[in-house]
Design a protein around this ligand. Structure first.
Ligand code: PEP
Length: 238
């Protein structure tokens, strides 16, 4: 299965910085066998997609609404992202689950809408530190997968990202054995064709080891995706 290396730019940067970063990723993408994806903030999706035109780097959104249109001030609709050149959308990131109270049911409804409008969902799951320490990590991700993935997800090429909440932006990562154990659980839950990404403090220095683990089919990269050389180094490790 072709690895996917996805960059989540979160709420960072100016328009100029976003386009400069996109151009740097584009310039370094040649010869990388992994699929590359960048997910800029919503206002920058279109200019970044224009910068990537004709290049082997996909563009994605960081969220979409579960409705196709309507009175939802501040939200972004799946068809709008598609219209702006996105082909992927991250859904259920732990920051959205925490900041916006997104439940598994909401994430699932968003995934249905995304798939119906030509976007491949990347659904994020992962336990908090308290849940890990209580020995609940596997049960939590199992429940999140059961509640968040809609019918037809695998057939639509949907992607699952395992992102332990306590590893995001902290510089901490689970042990390789712990990542492998969760990914084995996920593989059992989602079947053989769904790509499983690991996310949480992936850096050039740990990417080779993490990406070599069984059932790790790529990475969802936050902080390191804001530096083109780091993002490309991670992609070369896949
Ligand atoms: C993320 O937020 O998806 C992420 C993995 O962030 P970081 O790489 O910075 O931990």
């Amino acid at each position: 299965m072709r690895p996917l290396i996805a960059g989540n730019w979160k709420m960072h940067g100016t328009l100029r910085e976003a386009v400069t970063l996109a151009e740097a990723v584009r310039a370094g993408a040649g010869g990388i066998s992994a699929e590359l994806l960048v997910c800029p903030p919503a206002p920058y999706v279109h200019p970044v997609a224009v910068a990537m035109l004709g290049q082997p780097v996909a563009v994605g959104g960081q969220d979409c609404h579960l409705a196709v249109k309507g009175a939802h001030t501040g939200d972004v609709a799946a068809p709008m992202l598609r219209d702006c050149g996105a082909t992927y959308v991250i859904l259920g990131h732990s920051e959205r689950r925490a900041d916006h109270g997104e439940t598994d049911a909401v994430v699932k409804a968003k995934a249905v809408t995304a798939m119906a409008h030509g976007l491949t969902p990347i659904i994020c799951v992962g336990e908090t530190l308290a849940q890990r320490e209580a020995g609940q990590a596997e049960a939590i991700v199992r429940a999140q997968v059961a509640g968040s993935l809609p019918d037809g997800f695998a057939a639509a090429g949907g992607v699952v990202a395992y992102e332990p909440v306590w590893a995001i932006g902290t510089g901490k990562t689970p042990s390789e054995a712990d990542i492998a154990a969760i990914h084995a659980t996920l593989r059992e839950a989602v079947g053989g064709t769904t790509r499983l990404l690991y996310g949480g403090s992936v850096k050039p220095g740990n990417a080779v080891a993490i990406l070599a683990l069984p059932h790790v089919d790529g990475a969802l990269v936050g902080g390191a995706s804001l530096v083109a050389e780091d993002f490309l180094a991670i992609a070369r490790a896949a």
